[in-house]
Design a protein around this ligand. Structure first.
Ligand code: C5P
Length: 227
């Protein structure tokens, strides 16, 4: 299974002036933990890391230290996640019929989650890992007034990995560019084009490291896991 890792963001919300994926948690850069989990998943045979060329030297150093056995390719990132994934899709080898996409910032996803998504994508055109929300979610307008309270039983928090039929996802990204759609995950493009996306059970610990508090939580989870 081919895996694309969008890793071309900044560190703005993390309060860092560099790519947050190069920040260190429990003695390794965040992206190294993501790569270790992907590499440990038996179903993953090729990895494309989508990142800004100014970070490539740092990524190369990390890859050398990890001694990855799967082929890893560096692909230039775009100015949004959507553009980065678009670039990644163009760089996939022709042999890729399905693809998993996993945010570099979700460094706590387990190899089991990669494997279960890789297996499930053989049976449907699109899927995402997700977990049922625990909070009651409100839809709020620009004046801070609640507009509605959706039924919590129908709400899931989207994670990655997300898996897709490559041909269909390329089609959806092209349509997204044509229509000017701006989305924060690939499933949204698939949905907008009318294709079904299945939810598979994600992991509560599969956080997207976004703020400094998330670093402390990741540190704690990795310590608990690895001792
Ligand atoms: O900023 P956020 O954490 O929501 O981004 C999700 C993922 O998309 C991250 O792994 C980030 O590195 C990646 N990204 C990207 N290209 C961008 C912006 C974000 O690959 N231009």
């Amino acid at each position: 299974m081919h895996l694309l890792i969008p890793a071309a963001g900044s560190g703005r919300r993390m309060g860092s002036d560099r790519n947050k994926l190069l920040l260190v948690v429990r003695s390794k850069p965040i992206i190294a933990w993501t790569l270790l989990a992907a590499e440990a998943a038996s179903q993953i045979s090729w990895i494309g890391i989508i990142s800004q060329p100014l970070d490539w030297q740092d990524f190369q150093t990390i890859l050398t230290q990890l001694k990855q056995s799967s082929p890893v390719e560096l692909i230039p990132g775009g100015s949004t996640r959507q553009e980065s994934v678009y670039n990644g899709l163009q760089a996939l080898p022709d042999s890729a019929k399905e693809v998993l996409i996993h945010d570099g910032a979700r460094c706590l996803a387990t190899p089991d989650l990669f494997n279960s998504c890789a297996q499930a994508i053989q049976h449907c055109p699109g899927l995402i890992a997700a977990v049922p929300v625990k909070d009651t979610i409100k839809v709020v307008d620009e004046n801070g007034i609640i507009q509605s309270t959706p039924d919590r039983r129908q709400l899931w928090a989207a994670q990655t990995p997300q898996g897709f039929d490559v041909k269909l996802l390329k089609q959806c990204h092209t349509e997204g560019v044509r229509q000017g759609w701006e989305v924060t995950d690939d499933a949204a493009l698939f949905e907008k084009c009318g294709f079904p996306v299945r939810v598979v059970e994600g992991e509560e610990t599969n956080l997207k490291l976004t703020t400094p508090q998330d670093l402390a939580i990741a540190e704690f989870i990795l310590k608990t896991r690895l001792g």
